[in-house]
Ligand binder design. Structure first.
Ligand code: THG
Length: 359
């Protein structure tokens, strides 16, 4: 396999040198930025993530800052999720839809200050959409990409590691809550969140000069916890049913089709009328496959007999569960338990539709 060509256009993060030095073996590009994709290999990385603790350079989760007196009003126009009862220390997973109800992004959002939102983007062009909507609607806001780079701590030993660096109070953070915790005479925003089901935190680093000290502090404090550099893990995230924008959904899919129906709570937003009228005939499901599972770099058709009933959008081999784990977009007429065939670039694989993901 050939290497990723680097250039100025593919932005480095504050930790790219450290990530290279830690043995990153593959990168992908996310929001025009370097995102580590593997270290020792997806399987070894997954097993380590499930037993120890990892530090992830997720600076590519860019923060779009919306600030000004109309920030709340604009933010509520952008999502069908009801934001009115958000607590000051709460993070929210918010589907963002276009006028047809199609998914434009699935960010995490929170308010670091009153009148200010940070929208923590998945891969896409959402900043331009938000800037355009703010401009067209005459909202009293400023919209820009903030100079913030998140670093994640993920894995079962995350609490221990975070407590050693930020103090024991960080253990009391609840899921999807954030707080400010001391580091080197300043404070950092830390939330209990992250793109794995192993538990952990995300640190929103706001100053480049603190990036290397934080990285080093985590590795110094966690040596006996077997802390390693890691990254969002393909196998673990599919086992847990965590969706990847651009892979498992795009702007042709509505929140109802990608399992985010519970976040469609109001229709007085962009795309609301389309969502209210929408009748969907397909949905994302878990798909269990026989191996070996090749790299899923294209949609794989799923058939039952002569009928095509959907596509697999992400897949990997799970050592833990001893099967191929996959996410598919499936016609609603087919139920869990159906035996199907998945047509990969390496040939057909037997598979079965499942109601639930693996964790
Ligand atoms: N953290 C932050 N920003 C992000 C991501 C993140 N931006 C990009 C990408 N990840 C956005 N996508 C997701 C997808 C899933 C979740 C978070 C962001 C997630 N899901 C929880 C789950 O599936 O268990 C449920 C969350 C909820 O129900 O509220 O955490 O990871 N900062």
């Amino acid at each position: 396999m050939s290497a990723l060509a680097r250039s100025n256009r593919v932005r480095r993060t504050w930790w790219t040198s450290a990530v290279d030095a830690a043995g990153c073996s593959a990168y992908t590009v996310y929001n025009r930025m370097m995102l580590p994709a593997a270290f020792a290999g997806t399987d070894v990385d997954a097993a380590h993530l499930k037993r120890a603790v990892q530090v992830w350079d997720v600076a590519c989760e860019r923060q779009v800052e919306i600030t000004g007196p109309d920030a709340d009003t604009l933010m509520q126009m952008l999502t069908p999720r009801d934001l009115s009862a958000i607590k000051p220390d709460q993070c929210m997973y918010v589907p963002i839809c276009n006028r047809s109800g199609g998914m434009l992004n699935d960010p995490v959002a929170f308010k670091p200050r009153p009148d200010t939102w940070w929208v923590s983007l998945a891969d896409g062009e959402l900043r331009l959409w938000i800037e355009g909507m703010a401009e067209a609607g005459g909202y009293g806001v400023t919209v820009f990409e903030a100079d913030v780079q998140p670093l994640a701590i993920q894995g079962p030993k995350s609490d221990e590691l975070a407590a050693r660096v930020f103090g024991d109070a960080v253990r009391d953070l609840r899921f999807f809550r954030w707080g400010r915790f001391p580091f080197r005479g300043t404070e950092m925003i830390v939330s209990r969140s992250g793109y794995s089901k192993q538990g952990g935190f995300e640190i929103y680093v706001e100053r480049q000069e603190l990036a290397a000290p934080l990285w080093n502090a985590l590795f110094d404090a966690g040596a006996d916890l077997d802390v390693r550099a890691g990254c969002p893990n393909l196998v673990e995230r599919i086992e847990g049913g965590m969706l990847s924008y651009g892979n498992d959904m795009s702007d042709v899919d509505t929140p109802f089709e990608v399992g985010l129906d519970k976040y469609v709570q109001r229709f007085d937003c962009i795309g609301g009328a389309a969502l209210e009228a929408h009748v969907s005939d397909r949905r994302l499901m878990a798909v269990e496959m026989e191996g070996p599972v090749p790299v899923c770099d294209r949609a794989w058709p799923i058939t039952e007999g002569d009928t095509r009933l959907g596509v697999v959008t992400s897949a990997a081999w799970s050592q833990e569960f001893g099967c191929g784990v996959a996410i598919g977009m499936i016609d609603r007429r087919w139920d869990a338990g159906t035996e199907v065939v998945v047509h990969t670039q390496d040939g057909p694989k037997r598979a079965r539709l499942r109601e639930t993901f693996w964790r």
